[in-house]
Design a protein around this ligand. Structure first.
Ligand SMILES: [Zn+2]
Length: 289
C-alpha cells in the first residue's frame, strides 16, 4: 500500500512538474468601471472521513502538513485527495502562480520587514463604495477587486463602507501602543497586531463598516460573509478560531487573496485562511514535495 501510494504521488508530482507555468491571474475587472460578474465557484470535493494509510503521513506532503500544524482530519482529507488524482497539486501550483503577497503568511509569528511598502498603492474612493475618511489606500489589484465587489453589493441594495485599509509600519506601531495604553496588553493583543505583524501593511486588507462586533449583524456584514469569497476576499479572523489565528473574531476584516486562493482555502481548509497560509508557508519552506 505504501509503495502504491508513493508511486501515485510520484506520478502526481511528475504531472505537476511538467505543467507549463500559467500566466498570472487576470485582474478581476477587465475594464475599469465595468465590473465583471464572477464565474460560479466549483463545489468543494466530497471528502471521505476515514483515516488514510498511516504511511501517507510519512510522505513529503504528510511532513509538510505536519510542519504547517494542520489538524489531523484536514491533513487526512488532503492526503486522500492527493492520492486520488493531480487536482490538489495543481491547485497548489495555481496558488503559487499568483502574486506572492496574496499568499504571504503575516501573523503573530511571521512579520513583514519594517520597510515593506507596496509600490502600487491606489487611493480609494469615487466608486461604488463609501470611504469613512480620506487617505485610504490599497494595492491596485485589491482596489480594483474592491470596486467589483462593491458594485455587485450595490446592485443587491447593499453599500459597502471601507473604514481602514493600508497601514504603514509606523502607523501600526502607534495604533498598537495606543490600544495597549487604553485596554492593556492582553486585550490589545487579541485584536491588534504589533508593528510588522499586521496584514494591513500588505495593502490588501479592508476593515469594513463599524469595525466592531455589531458589524456582523448589519446588511453589509451578512452580504460580505456570504459573497466576499466570490470576489477573492477572505475573512481573516473567523469566529471560534482565536487559538488558530491569534486574534478574536473580526467580522469586518477581509483580506484580498484572489479567487484561486479562496478556492484553495474553501476546498481543502474548511474556509480557514490561516490554515491555508500556514500550509503554503510550510510548502515553500520545504521547497515543495
Ligand atoms: Zn483589520
Amino acid at each position: 500500500m505504501t509503495r502504491i501510494l508513493r508511486c501515485f504521488l510520484c506520478l502526481v508530482l511528475c504531472a505537476a512538474c511538467s505543467k507549463p507555468r500559467a500566466p498570472l491571474p487576470a485582474p478581476l475587472a477587465a475594464q475599469a468601471g465595468e465590473p465583471a460578474a464572477p464565474a460560479p465557484m466549483p463545489l468543494p470535493l466530497p471528502f471521505p472521513t476515514e483515516a488514510p494509510d498511516p504511511a501517507a503521513l510519512d510522505t513529503a506532503l504528510g511532513r509538510i502538513l505536519g510542519d504547517a500544524g494542520i489538524p489531523e482530519q484536514l491533513s487526512w482529507n488532503i492526503l486522500r485527495a492527493a492520492s486520488q488524482g493531480p487536482s490538489f497539486i495543481l491547485d497548489v501550483l495555481a496558488v503559487l502562480d499568483g502574486d506572492p503577497y496574496l499568499r504571504v503568511l503575516v501573523d503573530k509569528a511571521h512579520a513583514l520587514p519594517a520597510r515593506y511598502e507596496p509600490a502600487d498603492l491606489t487611493a480609494l474612493g469615487g466608486g461604488s463604495y463609501r470611504v469613512s475618511r480620506a487617505g485610504l489606500f490599497l494595492r491596485h489589484d485589491a482596489a480594483q477587486a474592491l470596486e467589483v465587489m462593491a458594485a455587485a453589493a450595490k446592485a443587491g441594495g447593499v453599500t459597502l463602507t471601507a473604514s481602514s485599509a493600508y497601514r504603514t509600519y509606523a502607523y501600526q506601531q502607534a495604533l498598537y501602543q495606543r490600544n495597549v495604553a487604553q485596554d492593556g496588553q492582553y486585550a490589545a493583543d487579541r485584536e491588534s497586531a504589533r508593528a510588522g505583524h499586521s496584514q494591513h501593511q500588505l495593502g490588501l486588507v479592508v476593515d469594513f463598516g463599524s469595525i466592531d462586533d455589531s458589524f456582523a449583524d448589519t446588511q453589509e456584514g451578512r452580504w460580505l460573509l456570504a459573497n466576499a469569497g466570490s470576489f477573492g476576499w477572505s475573512l481573516s479572523f473567523p469566529e471560534g478560531y482565536e487559538e488558530v489565528t491569534g486574534y478574536r473574531w473580526e467580522s469586518w476584516h477581509y483580506r484580498y487573496v484572489g479567487r484561486e486562493l479562496v478556492y484553495f482555502i474553501d476546498t481543502y481548509f474548511e474556509g480557514i485562511q490561516q490554515y491555508a497560509l500556514q500550509f503554503i508557508y510550510a510548502w515553500e519552506k520545504a521547497g515543495g514535495l
